[in-house]
Design a protein around this ligand. Structure first.
Ligand SMILES: [Zn+2]
Length: 128
């Protein structure tokens, strides 16, 4: 099948360029999201003039902001690590088994460090 062939073909220089562009864009977007979330959180904390209902809503919003910040931070770390792998020439190689991740996956999820198989095994394994 043509599709299977494509997913197994090695990454070309143009693919690496595309992945680099997408990762840089993603890193920039995450950094500005994190800055905005930080600003929103400190604005919320600074706002002391609240009744009980508002305080409850504020606590919830702060929790949501923290959850989102944690997710964004984790994704940013993976994105930066993928950019490092691009520079080091190990992009698209599974960090677990050392096999190529496949062109399709590397381009669809450029920040992924594992191949599909290892990612599934890790998810199924203890500790998630
Ligand atoms: Zn693997």
């Amino acid at each position: 099948m043509r599709r299977a062939e494509t997913s197994q073909s090695p990454l070309r220089p143009r693919d690496l360029e595309e992945a680099r562009a997408r990762l840089s864009e993603q890193a920039d977007r995450l950094r500005s999201q994190l800055t905005r979330a930080e600003e929103a959180a400190s604005a919320l904390r600074a706002d002391c003039d609240l009744d009980a209902a508002d305080a409850g809503a504020k606590a919830m919003t702060l929790r949501e902001l923290r959850t989102r910040t944690e997710m964004d931070t984790a994704l940013l770390e993976r994105t930066v690590a993928a950019l490092d792998r691009l520079r080091a020439g190990s992009f698209g190689i599974c960090a677990e088994c050392g096999r190529p991740q496949g062109r399709e996956r590397a381009l669809a999820l450029p920040h992924a460090e594992l191949c599909v198989q290892c990612a599934e095994e890790r998810e199924a394994g203890p500790g998630g």
